[in-house]
Design a protein around this ligand. Sequence first.
Ligand code: PGA
Ligand code: ZN
Length: 414
Amino acid sequence: MPKISSIKAEETTDSRGNSTLLATCLLASGALGSASVPSGTSTGRHEACELRDPDGKGVQKAIKNVNEEIVKAVMGKEVDQTALDELLIKLDGTKNKSRLGANAILGVSLAFARATAKERNLELYEHLANLYFRDENARKYKIPEPAFNVLNGGKHAKNGLAFQEFLLIPIGFNTIMEKVEVTQKIIVSLKDLLLQNGQSIELGDEGGFAPKLKSNEEALEYLGKAISAAGYDTQKVKLGIDVAASSFWKNEHYAIEGKMLNAGEMISMYEKLCGKHEIISIEDGLNEEDFAGFAQMNKKLGGKINIVGDDLTVTNVELIKKAIENKSINTLLIKPNQIGTLSETLAAIKLARENNIKIFVSHRSGETVDSFIADLSVAVGAEFIKAGAPTRPERMAKYNRLIEIEKEISRSKI
Ligand code: PGA
Ligand code: ZN
């Protein structure tokens, strides 16, 4: 078992220019691993607590918690991932990791995983697969389908679009490299189209454009046109949306495009949109507390498209169980920092898998160049991954890592 020699946390900066935590773990063997923690904006109400300083910005308190209390508790310990994560959860002692901070705990948890992979001379995805699949024969490394957020709205932009993310999902291509290149070409066409129509090409938080369009449907139309203009078929490049509907849930209604809709009306709207556009995935189509509404939506549309829970389920086993009981979703979004340890993240994935729910691994809107989620997605055989527009470095880090893994996997098959 790996023996922890030391742990250190320090400050780093995310893609929005905000402070975040970078943790490093040194094992007695000399193996070293680091990980930085991303940060969301449209966070689910039940996410684990990201500890921020009283100014709401800094992470000095979380850093101090690692460098003092956590170090003291783990130094010299011989642990595996499960034992370390259990120790951290116990040490924190709260239900949502609000005392030490989920950012402090996750940083340590992920840095330890990286260091352990190094110690064992394994690629990170191989080590994560070992943690996830006890049975070696069950392991099947697979690159997930990437979903690229190329038009931003909601809390990730200031353009008034209600839906948060408009994603391109290029399914009709073989390699991740090809999918990235196709998307980059479509982005160029999209930029031209926006400029031709006098629209802004300002960017949103995840690197997609954030034009002031008149409706969500217009955004989908732009995507369809951009796909064609780049010379691709909309049968090969499908669409997805992350509605993040909780962000416009007001007075028990959805305040959208001048209307106040209920859940049933929202679902009808999605049905119409799916009839007109090649949508294969809708995330957080309804409010984060509405398990019954999600179930209705899943019943109507789940046979054809992904009904994805993000704010609804927040990578939390208890909420995922509720979503399973209610048949609310057929796809689960996975964000390690929603729950705060690697072991709990893997448990969430396992529970979903056992219940035939697809896995969709995700970045956060505030990211660093850490590519941990790329390895995670391959290790667990996730169906999808989203990491923003393939343009900015913090987003490309994930896609580039997938490209690297893909090359490695195909080499090992020769
Ligand atoms: P967030 O958004 O990182 O700002 O929470 C991502 C998402 O909702 O999927
Ligand atoms: Zn989401």
